[in-house]
Design a protein. Structure first.
Ligand code: WTA
Length: 658
């Protein structure tokens, strides 16, 4: 490893063995010169660049002639629109035909040694049978189908079966409450939901179907519940005429079902995500552009080859699981891990045990997991990890210290570490190093991916700040293939959120610094989005859940730094005149958040106090953040506050809350 200091940061070169070792595949990209040439072309001649890439990576039912049309400015960008594509053929069939016995899914069950491998041949049969079953339940092209499932192969099979019919999946993370499930199903009028009796995680069993049971009566568009049985020993009540066991229906259908062919702009899936306003948005990803971005980033950033075995320990309930467990690796024809459990079960060495047994070549997790394992101790980082080449980090900034631990202790200095910056809306990585070639700077997501014309904008005047050593908000100048096209039933909302703040640009919502070498350092959200253990939530959603309690007049939620979870939620609560703060009320408020959103959204701390409001009634969260950070001397200008005196009350309340 070479480490050389630049003023405030240092550079770590990718290990030379990634280019020299004859026992590993030749990298998909060989040098920074090649990256620079490809990047330049992707920005100045996107038609040639993406046209070539799309022909190489995707099998087209009908070749496209038009690569790109429309623009960010007019909110009408579209890609490859005169071509035709079969998503499922690209993900499954072509590999099943060419390399039927190669492994597609590596299922690692919660209990060690209870998993199994699924070949591409088997995957094609399983997906076809499931597609037949879904079609028999009335699912056709364009229908929305909800998935509320744990990390088991049947979840991936279901996703692929839905798109095999040209239908659109909407996965709801299996930690969301029945209220959240209801809202998401109703927003996109899902026809069917697929769930499990229960999930197994970290040695515990968590009921899933009962959550769906509670949501179902409030979802008028649902016609059935398809239930996969994860625990044959659990006595799960089934409702006649509504609930159908997977094992009673799916095996009845043939092992080949013709795959749907669609326009590349046909929606592939919806995924709900939180923004700065209360209601989650159903982000819409398209077929052609999204699959191209997923595959291209796997190929160049993770240096993924068809012979590789990709390990992403995320969950398909979030975008990371969609793109880097399912779509990217399967587009590349690689094997991909489906891990049901947790990093701490049966002990903190679980990940490395998985890496050894499956000889994984890439490993991709969030900094929150890295910090957990770092804290647990180096003695747990055992087992043979020599198969690994690229380690990835995702979801939040990674501190240089954790980066170096990941690099040295996990990777033993033999692997590249990629800090991948992206969002649900971007579909795939937009700023990241490319494993084998990019000199890394711990703490920086490094350089933009192909086609990403990243700019720093001055939030005060909305102008692009050219050059290096500049700080502002991060935006993107022109459309790229895997960008979300719209919000389900809310194109106006899509425009207002992402395109209006800086006309002509896609606005990420993150602050960023571009250093003297053009490296990008993500500073975090500039809006009211918080990130708890990599789970993205809006403060407004949590506030709404708190205000739904009879005793609460108003509330303001802020994210505070947390060593383990990245951020934790602190909620300021202003009670109604006759309400009294006590332990019982605290419990009820926490329960209210858990049942409205999900357990992972529960506030760490509740502070009963007044709220700092401007004369126009806007809550100044900046002041709350300063007080929580103990920086009361830096609160700044209070003249816009309606009642500057409340600050004293809040400081007092914070000191008296534990
Ligand atoms: C944050 C997750 C710093 C960022 C893929 C972004 C990051 C939000 C990084 C999107 C990173 C993601 N460094 N911050 N490498 N990756 N973020 O939609 O604030 O769940 O806007 O997508 O996570 O969260 P989302």
């Amino acid at each position: 490893m070479t480490q050389h200091a630049s003023n405030y940061s240092f550079v770590v070169d990718p290990p030379a063995r990634l280019h020299k070792d004859a026992s590993i595949p030749k990298p998909n990209i060989s040098s920074m010169e090649e990256y620079k040439a490809m990047y330049e072309q992707s920005i100045h001649d996107p038609t040639t660049f993406w046209g070539k890439m799309a022909r190489e990576i995707i099998h087209w039912e009908k070749p496209f002639e038009t690569v790109k049309q429309g623009s960010i400015e007019n909110a009408d960008a579209a890609w490859f629109t005169d071509g035709l594509i079969s998503p499922c053929y690209n993900l499954v069939d072509r590999h099943a035909i060419e390399r039927p016995n190669d492994i597609a899914l590596i299922y690692e069950a919660d209990e060690l040694n209870e998993g199994r491998n699924i070949t591409y041949r088997q995957l094609l049969a399983d997906v076809s049978q499931c597609a037949g079953a879904l079609a028999s339940l009335g699912v056709t092209k364009g229908d929305r189908v909800a998935i509320y499932m744990p990390m088991i192969p049947e979840t991936v099979i279901t996703m692929l079966a839905i798109i095999r019919l040209g239908a659109i999946h909407s996965i709801i993370f299996a930690g969301f409450s029945s209220e959240s499930v209801t809202d998401r199903i109703n927003d996109s009028s899902c026809k069917l939901i697929i769930t499990c009796d229960e999930s197994h995680r970290g040695g515990k069993r968590i009921p899933l179907k009962s959550v769906v049971n509670r949501a179902y009566p409030n979802c008028p568009t649902l016609t059935n519940v398809l239930v996969f049985q994860r625990s044959p020993d659990a006595s799960t009540a089934m409702e006649e005429g509504r609930d159908i066991w997977w094992h009673d229906l799916v095996p009845k259908f043939p092992k080949y079902c013709p795959p749907a062919v669609v326009n590349p702009e046909h929606p592939l899936f919806l995924l709900y995500t939180s923004g700065s306003t209360g209601k989650p948005k159903g982000v819409v990803h398209t077929t052609g552009g999204y699959l191209l971005g997923a595959a291209a980033t796997c190929k160049y950033i993770f240096d993924l080859h068809p012979t590789d075995r990709m390990g992403c320990a995320g969950d398909v309930g979030w975008i990371t699981g969609h793109t880097y467990i399912v779509y990217g690796p399967l587009m590349m024809g690689s094997a991909t891990l489906v891990f049901e459990g947790t990093p701490a079960y049966p002990d903190y060495s679980r990940y490395w045990n998985i890496v050894e047994r499956h000889k994984l070549t890439q490993w991709y997790i969030a900094p929150t997991a890295i910090r957990l394992l770092q804290r647990a101790g180096d003695e747990y980082v055992k087992y043979d990890r020599s198969s690994l080449r690229v380690l990835g980090s995702v979801g939040e900034p990674i501190a240089p210290e954790s980066f170096m631990w990941y690099y040295n202790v996990v990777g033993q200095g033999r692997c590249a570490v990629t800090d991948t910056y992206w969002q649900t809306e971007t579909g795939s990585h937009i700023v990241s190093s490319m494993g084998p070639i990019t000199p890394m700077k711990p703490g920086s997501a490094t350089l933009p991916f192909f086609g990403i014309d990243a700019v720093i904008i001055d939030p005060l005047n909305g102008k692009v700040i050219e050059g290096n050593k500049v700080e502002g908000v991060l935006a993107i100048r022109s459309s790229w293939p895997s960008a979300a096209r719209t919000v389900w039933k809310g194109h106006d909302r899509f425009i207002d959120t992402y395109l209006k703040p800086y006309p002509g640009f896609y606005f990420t919502g993150d602050g960023a610094y571009r250093d003297e070498d053009g490296y990008i350092w993500i500073r975090g959200r500039v809006d009211d989005v918080v990130n708890i253990s990599g789970h993205r939530l809006s403060t407004a959603e949590i506030e709404a859940a708190l205000i739904s309690h009879d005793s609460v007049a108003e509330s303001a939620v802020v994210g505070v730094p947390d060593e383990l979870t990245g951020q934790a939620i602190n909620a300021f609560i202003l009670l109604k005149p006759n309400a009294v703060a006590n332990v019982d009320l605290e419990k009820q408020l926490i329960m209210s958040v858990r049942s409205t959103i999900g357990p992972f959204a529960a506030p760490r701390k509740l502070i009963f106090s007044d709220l700092p409001k401007t004369r126009s009634g806007k809550i100044m969260r900046r002041i709350l953040r300063k007080i929580l950070a103990g920086e009361t001397d830096q609160i700044g200008d209070l003249s816009t506050l309606a009642e500057p005196k409340v600050v004293e009350h809040i400081i007092h309340a914070v000191h008296h809350t534990h």
